[in-house]
Design a protein around this ligand. Structure first.
Ligand SMILES: [Zn+2]
Length: 148
């Protein structure tokens, strides 16, 4: 019997983005196309080309869906953008103290106190996906997902 798309999605929701602990690839909006029928096909959208985790993620997806013998591949047809991060994903980022991607050209609000009086600290955060900011209000540095 073929699985339902919901079953597949709930399994995919357990595959975490290795770059951002606690956030699944579903939260990140990385599922491009999902074909559930006699075969299970998953197209994944790479979030940031600089992130070296693509192989890891694909292997985790294959592992999570092993019983369905899925065809998992990276798709570059639809460009991923930080707007694809789901509301649940944004809430989880905030819980982790990481600001969700702000709109282009505006500084992200501080995940600790909510102030928008923030400034970039460094263009390069701990990973290529993240940037460091400083909150002038609570005087704390924090990380934000780079908008893309
Ligand atoms: Zn603050």
């Amino acid at each position: 019997m073929a699985p339902s798309a919901e079953e597949i999605l709930s399994k995919l929701a357990q595959v975490m983005d290795p770059e951002i602990p606690g956030l699944s690839i579903v939260d990140m909006g990385m599922i491009g196309r999902l074909e559930v029928g006699s075969t299970v096909e998953v197209d994944l959208l790479p979030t940031y080309l600089g992130c070296p985790a693509l192989d890891v993620i694909r292997r985790r997806v294959e592992e999570a869906l092993r019983e369905y013998h899925p065809v998992v591949r990276w798709s570059f047809e639809v460009p991923w953008s930080s707007e694809r991060i789901t509301p649940a994903g944004r809430a989880k980022l905030l819980e982790w103290g990481v600001a969700p991607p702000p709109e282009e050209g505006t500084p992200p609000p501080c995940p600790l106190c909510g102030s928008s009086d923030t400034e970039p600290q460094s263009r390069f955060g701990p990973t290529l996906c993240r940037a460091l900011y400083y909150c002038r209000h609570c005087r704390q540095p924090f990380e934000a997902i780079k908008p893309m």
